[in-house]
Design a protein around this ligand. Structure first.
Ligand code: CO
Length: 157
């Protein structure tokens, strides 16, 4: 189920972003979409710095493929704990988004920023990275998840 755009850039949005950042850093993860804390809005927080002090906020993000080829990276997800699967995505993208005040901005992204933003925008569109797998592999992961307790993983979004 796709998430709804943010229209009001108010205190509700500010406290949502704070909750999301806290949840992401606690996990710990490098990115989080609002839907992962059950808020169906187009808001993403990320911090790919590894130092925990470079919070990025993307409201109503759009992604444009800059056609610089594709790259396959092992991705993990806070919503599917304990699994890493290779996902092939555009290597370089242009992100168009709004900040927490509603100002429009653009950002060219590659490396982990490009991987993470695409992973998170998939969440906003109701898609999870395991959807890229075959049905059989997906079933296997689902069965394991039902059996296994959630384990913390190092680098997930
Ligand atoms: Co995820």
């Amino acid at each position: 189920m796709p998430c709804d755009p943010i229209i009001e850039f108010d205190r509700t949005l500010q406290s949502l972003v704070k909750d999301m950042a806290d949840t992401m850093y606690d996990a710990p993860g490098i990115g989080l979409a609002a839907i992962q804390i059950n808020v169906h809005k187009r808001v993403i927080v990320m911090d790919v710095s590894g130092s925990g002090n470079q919070l990025q906020v993307f409201v109503n993000p759009e992604i444009i493929d800059l056609n610089q080829g594709t790259r396959e990276v092992e991705e993990g997800c806070l919503s599917v704990p304990g699994f890493f699967v290779p996902v092939k995505r555009p290597e370089k993208v242009l992100i168009k988004a709004q900040d927490i005040q509603g100002n429009h901005f653009e950002l060219e992204a590659d490396e982990m920023t490009a991987v993470c933003i695409q992973h998170e925008v998939d969440h906003l569109d109701g898609k999870v990275f395991v959807d890229y797998l075959s049905r059989m592999k997906r079933e296997r992961i689902r069965n394991k998840l039902i059996k296994a307790q959630a384990e913390p993983v190092a680098c997930v979004a």
